[in-house]
Structure formats: C-alpha cells, structure tokens
Design a protein. Structure first.
Length: 278
C-alpha cells in the first residue's frame, strides 16, 4: 500500500467514525425528545398556567400544544439563577411565553439554537462604551432582559409582574422575539420568512420604522407612534421585538393604528391575536 492509498484509507476511516458519532448523537437526541414528549404535564404546572391571562384565552387545542412545547423547552435548556434559586414557577412562566410565540409555528419549533436562560432577581445596571463623533464615553443603563446568540437573560422581578397581567410590554416576549429574529442567522428585524413574502415584510416594517425614527428624533407629535415608543426606534431588531410585544399584549391597539403591521405579524406568527386576546 502506497502513501496516498494509506492517507485515503485513514481519512475514510475518520469520516466513517465521525458519521457514526453524529448518527449516534442524533438517535440519542431523538430518543430523549421522545421521552420528554411522553412526560405528563404536572398539576403544579397546570395551576400556574391557569393564572396567566394569555393561557386562559387559548383554545384547548392550543393549550395542549403549548404544554408539550413548554416541557420540551424546560428539558432542553439550562436555567441559571444569579443570586437566586431557580424555581419551577420561573422555568414554567419563561417557557410559556417563549412557547406562546411559536404556538402555531409547528409542533417541533423550540429555539434549537438557544442553550441557556440566565435569571436575575432584579434589573441589572450595566455599562456600555458609546462613541459620539469620535468621542467615547461610558454610559450606564438598566438591563431588564437581553438576548445574545445562545443565551437569554431575564430579570424575574419584571417578568413576574408582566406574566400575570396583560400590558403593553413583556420582557419575555421581547427577548424571545430577538431569538426568533436570529433564527436565520441575522438579528435585523427580518425573521425567517418565505421568499415570496420578504419584499412585503421589509416594505411595511421599514416604512413604519423610518416614520417612528423621525418622530423619535424630534421627540414631538408622537400621535399613534406613542404606542410603539422611542425604544422601538433604536434599530430594526428592536422595532421587530417591540411590535411583537404589542402584537401579543395590545393587539387591538396595534391593529387599529397599524393595520398593515398587524397583518404582517399575524401572517408570520400564524395567529390572530385580536381574535384570541383582544
């Protein structure tokens, strides 16, 4: 056997080992998820869910579907508490709002790239370096939540206050909207959508984002754009996350003032939130 034949044999053997390893891993993952699917949904979990207005208004079919997704979420993500112990209520509430966004997106949609949920008891003051015309300065801001690649940060004090009452804002919906935005590899306000719907989505969102940005810069004559607020004008990604909040929390107001936006989000999330939550 010459050198080249031996080299080919070596690489072929390594490739076969790698293929067997990947196959074993995938089979093991499927078996694990199958076992999770078979788990009963506890009475403790059910009691907590019944306190959440969004859950109460879902159909029995959607309630069952979201229970399955919640279990999949809880058993495939790592929950880490900072200066606090993670409770079952925390895991369930966070998993519910993550699952709510995907309730009509398919039974196996569960943020596959997301690995870790970090929970703080209260909002955290963080520092960020910003540049203004070449002049750098350190600024402090309050962090209530954050999404970054495979990790989501949630502050429980705010999350809990928003979980059991429908408001304009919801930190969990906001951060998981960012995760959905990132599912196509970019966090740019354009989530994974069909190519045929891309132009319509971009046209509608850019039109409203640009209008909001102009009003936010002037900080006057807000009119209907007060519903979205100045934070939505930060960039296209934040605009998408804020509108997602309004879509699930204030659907009647969103549809009244921004019908085109509402229709785009209804088509993407495959749920008529006015009909269910309005």
């Amino acid at each position: 056997m010459n050198y080249h034949s031996a080299l080919l044999l070596l690489f072929g053997g390594l490739g076969a080992i790698y293929f067997v390893f990947i196959l074993f891993f995938e089979l093991r993952k499927k078996r694990f998820l199958h076992d999770v699917e078979a788990l009963p949904f506890s009475e403790q979990y059910e009691a907590i869910l019944k306190r959440i207005p969004h859950y109460q208004k879902l159909s029995s079919t959607d309630q069952h579907q979201i229970q399955r997704t919640i279990l999949r979420f809880i058993y495939t993500k790592e929950f880490i508490g900072v200066y606090m112990e993670v409770t079952e209520e925390m895991k369930l509430v966070i998993a519910f709002y993550a699952s709510l966004l995907l309730v009509h997106k398919g039974p196996h949609s569960c943020y596959d790239n997301l690995k870790t949920i970090i929970i703080y008891p209260h909002p955290v003051i963080t520092k960020e370096v910003k540049s203004y015309g070449g002049i750098y300065s350190k600024e402090q801001f309050i962090l209530a939540g954050q999404s970054s690649n495979d990790t989501v940060v949630i502050t429980w004090h705010q999350a809990k206050s928003e979980a059991y009452h429908m408001r304009h804002t919801n930190v969990m919906i906001h951060e998981f909207a960012h995760e959905i935005d990132f599912m196509d590899g970019e966090i740019d306000g354009v989530p994974p959508i069909e190519k045929s719907k891309y132009d319509g989505w971009v046209h509608t969102l850019n039109k409203e984002f640009n209008a909001l940005s102009k009003i936010s810069n002037k900080n006057r004559d807000w009119g209907k754009y007060k519903l979205l607020g100045s934070y939505a004008a930060t960039n296209e990604a934040e605009f998408f996350a804020v509108v997602t909040e309004r879509f699930f929390e204030s659907p009647l107001s969103l549809k009244k003032h921004f019908p085109e936006l509402y229709d785009e989000f209804m088509d993407f999330y495959q749920i008529d939130t006015v009909k269910i939550f309005g």
